[in-house]
Design a protein around this ligand. Sequence first.
Ligand SMILES: [Ca+2]
Length: 368
Amino acid sequence: MATIDRPHRRPARALLACALTVLLAPATACSSGSSGSAARDQPSTSVSSTTTATTRIGGPNVIIDTDFSRWWDDVTVIGLANVLHDEGAMRVLGMMTDIPNPVAVAAVDAINTAYGHGDIALGAVANSDADTSPHGYSDTLVKRLPHSVRSSADVPDAVTLYRRLLADAPNKSVVIVAVGAYTNLAGLLASPAADGVPSGRELVTQKVKRLVVMDGVFPGGWEAVTNQKLDLDAAAAVVAGTADAPAWPTPIAWIDGYDGIATRVGGKLCEQTPARNPMRIAYEDLFECGPPGDGNWDAPALLYAIGDVPKVFEVLGRGGAAVINDKGGLSWQKPSSRPDDYYVHLADQQGLNRRIDQLLATDADGNG
Ligand SMILES: [Ca+2]
């Protein structure tokens, strides 16, 4: 099992890789301790022969919430959403950034514009002008590609945009794909009724079909990693609720750490795509056209969320739900009072990787 060992990896990301290394190979030492409990309930490794993407017209209405700035998979989820929108497999309602990098939305706009979708609604997390998160590839994308959004000052705050998009959506029609911090989700839940629009909790209950979250190491659990660590209080509000309000009110599907560590994709972008391709620009910035230097957790989350290549995924844990464990991380508790939650593992890693690579190499004209 590969580990994420690039020197610039942030501790939480490295901790996730460490957790997975221990769970998949229990004899491996890890400075954060070890747990063998999750290894007893590994997903099936059976391989499906059917990995062709399903074809549909329209697809679900999707909002993406991303910690876009530094990680390869956040770039890919934006690129894939553009291609899948054009394929009719999904409809992008909006994209939210959830870490304090004011340039993040400008870079997302640059990618969308490159695919011909510069009109996609964008929202930025409150206080993104604090500018306290590393910019990573966002500066490179903004420098290399045309864009009309200059910074988070040019877009609404994410909670305001969530409320607007949900208010306009049909009931139970929206899938939220959360591949970053929980900050915007918690803010949405806590938002009061205003201007004739119901409270955030009511809006979510009425309009959201499912929340798909990338986080956790299920079922055994681990201490807080990656996305949860970006905003622990917000994560707790979504997963467990607060003293004043219950947890997220719709079904939740969890794409966990197991789903990304071997999802190594994009390795042929520098051969297959022109220099202006936004996926290639980010790949070059991160990996200098060498092999993929990181796994990819966010692209699987999007593909699962919209029902693309469904046979590569396996649904587990029904009847249970994610909880905050005694280490402050996420574990799976069963039984649960949440009947519609589950987590998703992979049944066909190679089929997943092939589909993502195909989508990454597809350009704005649908050629790939
Ligand atoms: Ca992410």
